[in-house]
Design a protein around this ligand. Structure first.
Ligand SMILES: *Cc1c(COP(=O)(O)O)cnc(C)c1O
Length: 404
């Protein structure tokens, strides 16, 4: 049997015609009509005010942080349970990530812990939130001891599930802190009917190979202000001034999307809603298959949430099972040619971030230790979903749990 992948690319069939258009026009460059059309499509679908496509979701986060004025020594609150790309751009700027644990309900940033962190920052007590502040280097300790407001907040819509944007925005507005929504995994997800990525000053999408739609690599920055899009476009184009000669007053980046790959994006946007519906169908099939298995819990939608169900993720009740239980499951599925993945390892547990402050409840660590992302591609058949479900259930029923 062929390998069942976690989330493989799923072409609509029209992609090559737009790539040919780029070739016919000879715009094999980071400018051209495909880029303009792709931006328009994203804008229409999401209801965003302004869209700038980029060469990755990570560079879109970096640009958003620059627009929010984040610089060396600034503190940025960031969801701990996420992919490293949410947090790394904070460090590109020499700023300090302050990691916030998840709420049970959405698995995303806990608004109460977020407010606790804001108050600690404002009273110069953020250093107390570091795991081992006695080991902190002097500079970090000094920055965390200065009373100051966080410069930005990065919530994530994990696996497509909307974060609690209502409360997050209310608190962020109360303290007047810009929010950057990491909607890399959540194109097509809604919260009370509004598209994720459009709730705040800045949002980002990713079109990497395994996301709900793909341009092979790519991303988009969503912003509410025309002026911000203009600034971001300049920064993404090496910050070149409007002079015939190459004049530069700022440090810039090479972050624009290619007109060739934007062609893939146009064709992918034509089927985005089909992709959302199919991923949701996958989720409902898994849920039906597991309905009589008490050890398996699924990520639930709270009232008003509508997830694109990018990945169907399950939690296993481990009870008093042995420590290597999860390893056993992952290895066994791999041997059956079924690609799965643990839930993201929280940033506050990553060696590279061990000295940075955190507000922890333990929720994200438990999700990480008991979670499995199941194959969820929109090109999967329901038979394949049933096959994977059966394999998971048979492993759970197995008495002898030996990793071979
Ligand atoms: C994929 C992803 C990113 C980064 O997007 P790239 O396009 O791969 O740079 C950022 N945040 C999250 C949560 C992601 O899943």
């Amino acid at each position: 049997m062929d390998k069942i992948f976690l989330s493989p690319p799923h072409m609509s069939g029209k992609e090559l015609s737009y790539i040919h258009k780029a070739f016919d026009e000879n715009y094999i460059a980071p400018v051209g009509s495909n880029i303009d059309s792709f931006e328009n499509e994203i804008q229409k679908y999401s209801g965003a005010s302004h869209v700038l496509v980029t060469n990755s979701g990570t560079s879109a986060i970096h640009l958003a942080l620059l627009l929010a004025g984040v610089g060396p020594g600034d503190i940025v609150l960031c969801q701990s349970l996420t992919f490293a790309a949410s947090a790394n751009p904070i460090r590109y700027l020499g700023a300090i990530p302050y990691f916030i644990d998840s709420e049970e309900e959405s698995w995303n940033m806990d608004p109460d812990l977020m407010e606790d962190a804001i108050l600690k920052c404002m009273t110069g007590k953020a250093y107390q939130a570091s795991a081992s502040y006695l080991d902190l280097d002097q500079q970090l300790l000094e920055e965390l001891s200065k009373p100051k407001k966080p410069k930005a907040i990065i919530p994530v819509h994990l696996y497509g599930m909307p974060a609690n944007m209502e409360r997050i925005m209310k608190i962020a507005n109360k303290y007047d802190i810009p929010v950057i929504e990491d909607a890399a995994e959540a194109l097509g997800s809604r919260y009370f009917g509004q598209m994720c990525g459009t709730f705040s000053d800045y949002g980002i999408y990713s079109f990497n190979g395994n996301k709900i739609i793909t341009t092979s690599a790519g991303g988009a920055l969503i912003t509410t202000k025309k002026e911000n899009r203009k600034k971001a476009k300049k920064l993404a184009s090496q910050a070149r001034e409007k002079e015939l000669h190459y004049e530069h007053k700022h440090i810039g980046y090479n972050y624009r999307m290619s007109n060739v790959t934007a062609g893939i994006g146009i064709a992918q946007m034509q089927v985005i809603e089909d992709r959302v519906q199919k991923r949701r169908e996958n989720y409902f099939r898994y849920r039906e298959n597991f309905k009589n298995v008490p050890e398996i819990q699924l990520q639930k939608e709270r009232q008003g949430s509508y997830s694109n169900r990018w990945l169907t993720t399950i939690l296993l009740e481990k009870g008093d099972l042995e420590d290597n239980y999860m390893d056993f499951i992952f290895h066994a599925l791999e041997k059956m040619n079924i690609e799965t993945r643990p839930i993201w390892k929280p940033m506050h547990l990553q060696p590279v971030y061990k000295y940075f402050p955190r507000e922890i409840s333990g929720v994200s660590q438990r999700l990480f230790e008991t979670g499995i992302c199941l194959p969820s591609g929109s090109s999967m058949s329901l038979d394949e979903i049933d096959f994977v479900s059966e394999k998971v259930m048979s492993l759970l029923a197995q008495k002898e749990r030996v990793i071979s």
